[in-house]
Design a protein around this ligand. Structure first.
Ligand code: MLT
Length: 410
């Protein structure tokens, strides 16, 4: 008789975004006339930068001829992309990351889940609350937690609360933890971490021999020059942190798929024998066994984002979405809603009006204004009473959404 991974039975019924999609589809079926505007999942709407498109076309043409055809690529990514990342994302910020410390993949969601393959079963794991649900669910699937309680919190995880009182920057854990998930700019609250905040975490990790899993998927949206884009801008971070980055939002690759994970060579963890083992080596082994590399065409597209033309087009795209974020912030504030984030991040985090729960506000918006957002409680117990709006949409949809907000709440 085949047995299942019983850990899956501990998971809440649906992953947040498919659950929202299910509710919206049911509503749309009943109200076919409703023009629904989706500000829920952070999915991009604008076309790829022309320099990226051109590079992808040229790469397809290469594959169309016997002389320039390519089959399997290097599992860790092509050198042309790894070198461009090392130079523009790190060296340009004074950070020394070598190309072979960069692993190209098909997404940060997969990487933040798959990274658990190289860690043991008995680590104490800290997540923020609210949190990007992938960090929690993948630990549940891997058997690192007990069952969930009534508030949806899983036994065995250490939850670090991010709320208005601490400016959505959680305090250091009160107990020692081994693995710490941090995401800055933060999904869902849109908060950024100052250099001092990151220094505190790096120091904590060094003192406690912890590893920080630093999700920097939204770093391209930082405009404040004092805010670090990478945890490696902090001295000593290379011995304690893995960093995840993504092309999904910066150059519109949510459907194309390309991301990267950085594991510095000096980062080690301990085997049961007490031996220090390189995490870079383990991830490299894992990558070449379970992954065959992101596609050549996609990696050429990503590399084009680092050319002068590509960088300027990427900045235009980011400015476009960040103007949406500003319009959302200002529009919501003008009807008396408390708003957070949305300045150095493409997410606007708001307090639900009238003390509505997150899901009550979701239903109100969907039923009365045909607007979709993401209930804060879907990101964790501390997200109750909050709601997330994504700035990834067309300008006309954002403007129309604000008209409907004003009619509903103003
Ligand atoms: C989100 O809406 O939180 C993101 O789009 C999810 C993701 O990037 O996987």
């Amino acid at each position: 008789m085949v047995q299942i991974n019983e850990n899956y039975l501990k998971l809440k019924a649906g992953y947040l975004f498919p659950e929202i999609a299910r509710r919206v589809t049911a509503f749309a079926k009943e109200h076919s006339e409703a023009k629904i505007i989706r500000l829920g999942i952070g999915d991009v709407t604008e076309p790829l930068p022309p320099a990226v498109v051109k590079a992808m076309h040229a790469a397809v043409d290469e594959l169309a001829s016997r002389e320039s055809f390519r089959g399997y690529g290097p599992e860790q990514g092509y050198a042309f992309l790894r070198e461009a990342v090392a130079q523009h994302d790190f060296a340009a910020r004074g950070v020394d990351i070598s190309p072979d410390e960069i692993f190209i993949s098909d997404g940060s969601k997969c990487d933040t889940g798959n990274i658990l393959d190289i860690f043991g079963q008995d680590n104490r794991i800290a997540v923020t609350d609210p949190v990007y649900p992938v960090y929690v669910d993948t630990n549940v699937m891997a058997g690192h937690t007990g069952p969930a309680d009534d508030s949806g919190r899983y036994g065995g995880l250490v939850y670090l609360v991010a709320n208005e009182a601490n400016g959505f920057i959680p305090d250091l854990p009160a107990e020692p933890v081994d693995l710490i998930y941090l995401c800055f700019p933060n999904n869902p609250t849109g908060t950024v971490a100052s250099r001092e905040v990151l220094q505190r975490w790096v120091q904590y990790a060094r003192e406690n021999k912890s590893v920080i899993l630093f999700d920097a998927a939204y770093e391209a949206f930082i405009s404040d020059p004092s805010i670090p884009h990478s945890i490696y801008e902090i001295e000593g971070a290379k011995e304690v942190a893995i960093e995840f980055r993504s092309f999904s939002k910066s150059i519109g690759f949510t459907g194309v798929r390309c991301a990267l994970t950085v594991i510095p060579k000096q980062l080690v963890a301990t085997a049961s024998t007490g031996e220090a083992v390189s995490l870079h080596q383990l991830w490299s082994r894992r990558h070449s066994t379970k992954f065959n590399g992101a596609s050549y065409v996609v990696q050429q597209g990503a590399a084009a984002a680092y050319t002068a033309e590509g960088r300027s087009q990427m900045q235009d795209l980011i400015r476009f979405y960040m103007t949406n974020a500003r319009l959302l912030r200002e529009g919501l504030e003008s009807v008396g809603i408390s708003v957070f984030g949305g300045v150095n991040a493409p997410y606007v985090w708001l307090k639900t009006p009238g003390k509505l729960t997150s899901w009550e506000f979701f239903d109100l918006l969907l039923n009365k204004a045909h607007l979709v957002g993401t209930p804060g409680s879907g990101f964790g117990a501390a997200g109750e009473g909050y709601f997330r709006l994504s700035a990834f949409n067309s300008r006309s949809n954002v403007e129309e959404a604000l008209v409907r907000f004003r009619q509903l709440i103003g």
